[in-house]
Design a protein around this ligand. Structure first.
Ligand SMILES: CC(C)=CCC/C(C)=C/CC/C(C)=C/CC/C(C)=C/[C@@H]1[C@@H](COP(=O)(O)OP(=O)(O)O)[C@]1(C)CC/C=C(\C)CC/C=C(\C)CCC=C(C)C
Ligand SMILES: [Mn+2]
Length: 396
């Protein structure tokens, strides 16, 4: 996907969330839905939906298929990966021998994971709590992925962001390639390098996240939802594709890996759309508008209206549509959660419910996302956790 030459086409607001995933008819063919379900629903005229599927969605879908194939082909690849892991171990041993302290080196890997856990606990408390239910191997791996994502985001959003150039991101990508080859640069990289040697993770979603950060260096307007969708995939949809191979699909699940990855992708997109809707005012003060400008114009609004930040009826109408679309992505994601390995369901479901409530909070603020920050209060957060735990305990 990096450097994708996707053809951007305009889209129909609100219907688009359905398009990202195989149409219900296709899902029915693959046995994902009862054959009559989409016909009974009747809401989705097949021809128009399929015709409206964009090149961007197709391109993103390719990455989904690639990651899904990696997992489904796991048995076949296990031997190759083990050989590969052996090669990496030998490389690491050589390095450590050169440093004359092999034992300390193995201890360092444990330290590296511990540090990842500390970063995670510091920046994402609820999620860190959720990882406590996972097996130690999975927990450590998710922390390592979290830290890599956080550091990648910090490059363009952190205190040194004004010094970041496309060249710096190229160097970050080279480091990524090195760590996937078993040549980590620092201890956090070493944790991810170890994770990549143990789980069937494809490098492409990681590369694509860096591509999203490249976009952030020069792009501050999105003409259509298709363009915005690609950005959301880069910076957030990718997270779903990175983490599912670690969190695992339930052994008793009848769903295909492809459908679970689609749901994971949808959760990333839903989260990022929600982030965007919450931060409209904040982003506009940095000169950024992460909203589809064509839809804004259709609603009779201009960029100036965003910078002025006045809540009008036009704005409320526009926001209702955007919120509805984000909710469709959450709905799509929720269908996949119960197919994850049982210990991984709770943190995912809890984070989905908590994030989705930000949309309710925007409504409760009467759509004033210019000067009022939508947030989920402690009491609501507190209630969501046991509710998600109880729901997650059920079998798929
Ligand atoms: C089947 C199924 C539903 C599986 C679930 C798959 C799954 C775990 C999906 C995770 C989705 C997720 C948490 C996406 C992250 C979205 C996000 C918040 C992206 C942020 C991007 C940039 O945004 P921006 O700069 O506008 O916003 P800030 O002001 O900076 O917040 C990110 C910041 C990119 C970096 C992402 C992270 C640091 C989060 C990484 C999270 C994980 C690796 C753990 C995810 C696991 C769980 C259990 C939720
Ligand atoms: Mn950020």
């Amino acid at each position: 996907m990096a450097g994708s030459s996707a053809v951007y086409t305009s889209c129909r607001p609100h219907a688009r969330a359905f398009l990202l995933h195989p149409h219900p008819a296709d899902q029915a063919q693959r046995g994902l839905l009862p054959a009559a379900a989409w016909r009974r629903g009747g809401a989705a005229p097949r021809a128009s939906l399929v015709a409206a599927r964009t090149a961007t969605e197709e391109a993103v879908y390719e990455v989904v298929l690639r990651q899904a194939a990696l997992v489904e082909d796991l048995q076949g690849r296990r031997a190759a990966r083990e050989a590969d892991a052996g090669r990496r171990r030998r490389w690491r041993d050589e390095q450590l021998e050169q440093e004359g302290d092999a034992e300390l080196g193995w201890g360092l890997l444990g330290d590296a994971y511990d540090r990842c856990g500390e970063v995670c606990a510091e920046y994402a408390k609820t999620f860190y709590l959720g990882t406590q239910l996972m097996t130690p191997e999975r927990r450590k791996a998710v922390w390592a992925i979290y830290v890599w994502c956080r550091r990648t985001d910090e490059l363009v959003d952190g205190p040194n962001s004004s010094y970041i150039t496309p060249k710096a991101l190229d160097r970050w990508e080279k480091r990524l390639e090195d760590l996937f080859e078993g040549r980590p640069y620092d201890m956090y990289d070493a944790a991810l390098s170890d994770t990549a040697s143990k789980f069937p993770i494809d490098i492409q979603p990681f590369r694509d996240m860096i591509e999203g950060m490249r976009l952030d260096l020069w792009k501050s307007r999105y003409m259509t939802f298709d363009e915005l969708y690609l950005y959301c995939y880069y910076v957030a949809g990718t997270v779903g594709l990175m983490t599912v191979p670690v969190m695992g699909i339930a052994p008793d699940s009848k769903a295909s890996a492809e459908s679970v990855y689609n749901a994971a992708l949808a959760l990333g997109i839903a989260n990022q759309l929600t982030n965007i809707l919450r931060d409209v005012g904040e982003d506009s003060r940095r000169g950024r508008i992460y909203l589809p400008l064509d839809e804004l114009a259709q609603a009779g609004l201009t960029e100036e209206d965003i910078f002025r930040g006045k809540v009008t009826d036009k704005w409320r109408r526009f926001m209702k549509g955007q919120i509805q679309r984000a909710r469709l992505f959450f709905d799509e994601a929720e269908k996949g959660v119960m197919h994850l390995d049982s210990a991984s369901r709770w943190p995912v479901l809890a984070s989905l419910w908590l994030y989705r409530q930000i949309l309710d909070a925007i409504e409760a603020n009467d759509y004033n996302n210019f000067t009022k920050r939508a947030y989920v209060g402690k009491a609501k957060k507190f209630l969501s956790l046991p509710a998600a735990y109880a729901r997650a305990a059920l079998s798929p």
